[in-house]
Design a protein around this ligand. Structure first.
Ligand code: NAD
Length: 365
């Protein structure tokens, strides 16, 4: 098949000094950034994505083009395509898998619950099955989510805090992923590292996320809905800039043990680890909007609704002590700085002729 030839010819296999990494969800937002960073530092990267139409597929194609300009080939395949995955692991002896493919979004789960089961549960299990059969077994780092903390009221969230109150089916499938990972580590000794990302934003971001569609609607003069909790409390998120998340992913890959697969050296069972990757400073949605207003030089038409949206949690806040201890994770980008980079990308990607102030720092900096 054409893709097989492409994979064989791609720069992925067997880099003498680097890892050989399969990035699933490579045409996604976080996947694109991670793939580029890994490639840049000399690792071999092969992407996989099913290019589903959950959001604008042309944005995924544009990211794929960016990857391909950086010598990263992306195989178009679904996580549930077992023969394809088997073939891929046959051709390339991956040392690592960065598993980012998932059905994301909390609202869409009410429309299409099965897509979450398919990608986040069945697809993850399928990937683990293929990986455990591969010799040597690759170390797997995968994206969990801060949404596993659900309605937990601890502030901030630590990895040991309870995760048994998911507020959405998305969160429930992410939590299921952590438990599935536990069994594959326990039974088969697979090396598994779960990363609980906290609201990631930045250039090439996801159109279904608030900072993205707020930007779009504010620029188009459309009203934006701002949801509060019943008692009027503002919703707050620990918005985390994508470059910080990328550093966390790379750190986790570097720290992950190679597993004990029959081709590997004999040692104790590889560990299962779970880490928070957040920014450690939650920001209210009102503040998010005012930063965007400053950057776009447009006043937003705000429509305040004192009712939480289904699936949303009131706040998120990461404690990242564990990731800092194990791989020196340290977020460095504040929201105003990160949003300035996002807006710069947005206006250039969509060719908006904005009233945007050119590179003037926002009042927040
Ligand atoms: P994204 O939707 O941009 O990327 C996911 C990619 O996976 C998409 O390109 C999609 O086409 C692909 N995909 C989905 N199902 C697939 C399947 N069955 N087979 C093959 N490919 C498939 O999302 P993102 O924001 O880049 O998120 C990456 C990961 O991080 C996801 O696992 C997500 O759940 C998790 N996460 C993201 C955030 C965030 O704020 N962005 C927060 C917490 C967790």
């Amino acid at each position: 098949a054409a893709w097989e030839k492409q994979v064989r010819q791609s720069s992925t296999p067997r880099r003498p000094n680097g890892f050989s990494i399969l990035v699933t969800g490579a045409a996604g937002f976080v996947g694109t950034h991670c793939s580029l960073a890994l490639r840049k530092r000399g690792d071999g990267v092969l992407g996989l994505d099913n290019f589903n139409s959950y959001y604008d597929p042309s944005l995924k194609r544009a990211r794929q083009n960016l990857l391909s300009r950086n010598q990263i080939f992306t195989v178009e395949a679904d996580l549930n395509d077992t023969p394809m995955l088997n073939k891929l692991f046959d051709i390339v002896p991956f040392t690592h898998v960065l598993h980012l493919a998932a059905q994301a979004g909390v609202r869409y789960a009410m429309k299409n619950p099965q897509s979450y089961v398919q990608s986040n549960i069945a697809g993850f299990i399928n990937l683990l099955e293929v990986a455990k059969a591969a010799v040597p077994q690759p170390a797997i780092v995968w994206a969990s989510s801060s949404s596993v903390y659900g309605l937990n009221k601890d502030n901030p969230f630590s990895e040991m805090d309870r995760t048994d109150q998911p507020a959405s089916l998305y969160a429930a499938t992410k939590k299921a992923g952590e438990e599935i990972a536990h069994t594959y580590n326990h039974i088969y000794g697979l090396s598994l590292t779960g990363l609980r990302f906290f609201t990631v934003y930045g250039p090439w971001g996801r159109p279904d996320m608030a900072y993205f569609f707020f930007t779009k609607d504010i620029l188009q003069g459309k009203p934006i809905n701002i949801y509060k909790t019943h008692d009027g409390t503002e919703v707050a998120r620990d918005f985390t800039y994508v470059d910080d998340i990328v550093k966390g992913c790379v750190g986790a890959l570097d720290t992950a043990e190679k597993s004990t697969g029959s081709g590997g050296k004999k040692r104790g069972p590889a560990q299962l680890r779970v880490y928070n990757l957040g920014n450690t400073s939650p920001v209210g949605v009102g503040r998010l909007v005012s930063i965007l207003e400053g950057l776009l030089n447009v006043k937003a038409k705000k429509h305040v609704i004192t009712m939480p949206r289904n699936g949303d949690v009131p706040f998120t806040h990461a404690n990242v002590t564990l990731a800092h201890k194990d791989f020196a994770y340290k977020p460095t980008t504040d929201l105003a700085t990160g949003l300035r980079k996002f807006v710069k990308w947005y206006v250039s990607y969509y060719g908006v002729q904005p009233k945007v102030k050119k590179d003037t720092p926002s009042e927040a900096e």
